[in-house]
Design a protein around this ligand. Structure first.
Ligand code: AMP
Ligand code: MG
Length: 405
């Protein structure tokens, strides 16, 4: 059996970053940046006031209070042509450039206007209430790096850098095909022994969350001709995900309809040392890379979280390794066997900030409800010894903090 890490590496090696495309800033949310974003100007562009008040020379206020002549006024976006000389001040507002000669701003709460003068109470240190030029961003600095999945905050930052277009990775097109004569799509009247097909819906939503564009190809029958024509609809996709058809007789069917291997790795039926999961097909159909996931809904979804996500991340120019975090076990677990175990668990945050992961009592891979309700998958390596409540374990967070699925 192949380890999960080896299988992930083999899948990742079969994909490359897709080309970039240009999108308008509002369309870039959730997309992956394909360029390093550098500032072309300082932000703020000049030393500016952080408060409403009076631009002063701090040396004038060392006595604790001073009467200064108000020689002008500068709003945000404006400028003051003159210079603040000893004994003078300029009325200033938040965000306005600090006039030459001034080195601090006295806040208006400490000011009393008396005719053409202002009386200021209290000393101000040099630099007080002044934001230095380039405090936030300096011209030439890279502020966002290629490969970053763009958040609402990133878009605001890009806008502040005067960008209206961004180069992002093209979204991978992921075709999704279910297989199985027993399956009917959701919404139709099922026969007594029919199974309602859920994998297409799960997988489409997952790949969308990871930044790809799903194409639902429906359900193919367990017949070579029907399977072949359904697979043909994946032409033009960057990745084809199938689910099911991985039981012994069906494997021959898959073998029949897939491209002949172009090299030793071209078509692979891997037995992966993981639970849930195990069988995974990798190959090509009509030149489109195919990942054949197990049919069991929990298995196909967990395999997608590892292998389909990795393929998508590579196509988006991002690191593909699953992000694991640490948690304390909410209850004891038995020793693990030879397969890496992905255990559905609830996450709780204790008052001390500690994260606790408590596995669901039953982990049967036919139980999709617990997968939907799980907050995380505890990742137990092969041969992990028995663990006690409170022991540290590695977890792969699901929504909302982790895989967003
Ligand atoms: P298979 O790998 O085709 O033998 O499928 C394994 C199990 O998963 C069988 O019980 C199938 O009925 C079930 N299954 C396969 N595809 C789906 C699907 N799209 N939705 C729900 N169950 C499925
Ligand atoms: Mg089947």
């Amino acid at each position: 059996m192949l380890s999960v890490a080896d299988a992930l590496a083999r899948v990742a090696a079969r994909f490359a970053a897709l080309p970039a495309e240009q999108v308008a800033l509002p369309q870039a949310l959730g997309r992956v940046l394909a360029e390093d974003l550098a500032a072309t100007r300082d932000q703020p562009p000049a030393p500016v006031s952080a408060m409403d008040g009076y631009a002063v020379r701090s040396a004038d206020l060392t006595g604790g209070s001073a009467r200064l002549r108000v020689i002008g006024r500068v709003p945000a976006g404006g400028s003051f042509a003159g210079r603040v000389e000893a004994g003078t001040a300029v009325r200033i507002f938040t965000g306005a450039p600090v006039p030459d000669g001034a080195d601090a701003v006295a806040i208006q709460e400490n000011a009393t206007v008396e005719g053409a003068d202002v009386v200021l109470e209290g000393a101000v240190a040099s630099g007080r209430n002044v934001r230095a030029q380039g405090l936030d961003v300096r011209a030439g600095e890279t502020v966002l790096q290629a490969g970053r999945r763009l958040t609402a905050r990133d878009l605001g930052l890009a806008a502040s850098l005067n960008r209206v277009w961004l180069r992002v990775r093209r979204r991978p097109r992921v075709a999704i095909l279910g297989t199985g004569d027993e399956l009917v799509p959701p919404g139709v009247q099922p026969g007594p022994n029919a199974i309602i097909a859920s994998n297409n819906v799960t997988l489409a939503a997952m790949v969308t969350a990871w930044g790809a564009q799903p194409i639902d190809l429906g359900i193919a029958p367990d017949r070579a001709d029907g399977l072949r024509s359904a697979l043909g609809n994946a032409a033009g996709a960057d990745l084809l995900l199938t689910s099911g058809g991985a039981s012994v007789g069906e494997l021959d069917l898959m073998r029949e309809v897939m491209d002949a291997p172009d090299d030793a790795d071209g078509l692979a039926f891997w037995k992966i040392a993981m639970r849930p999961g195990k069988p995974l097909i990798f190959g090509h159909v009509g030149g489109v890379p195919l990942l054949g996931l197990p049919g069991n809904p929990v298995s196909s979804a967990v395999c997608a979280c590892l292998f389909a996500r990795a393929a998508i991340e590579v196509m988006l120019g991002r690191p593909h390794h699953p992000v694991l975090s640490s948690a304390r076990l909410g209850r004891a677990m038995a020793a693990n066997d030879t397969r890496e175990d992905y255990v559905r668990a609830r996450i709780e945050r204790a008052a001390d900030g500690e994260t606790t992961a408590t596995p669901f009592e039953r982990q049967d891979s036919s139980m999709f409800r617990t997968f939907a309700l799980a907050d995380a998958l505890i990742v137990r390596p092969p041969h992990a010894p028995a663990a006690q409540q409170g022991d540290r374990v590695q977890v792969m967070l699901l929504s909302p903090d982790g895989l967003a699925v």
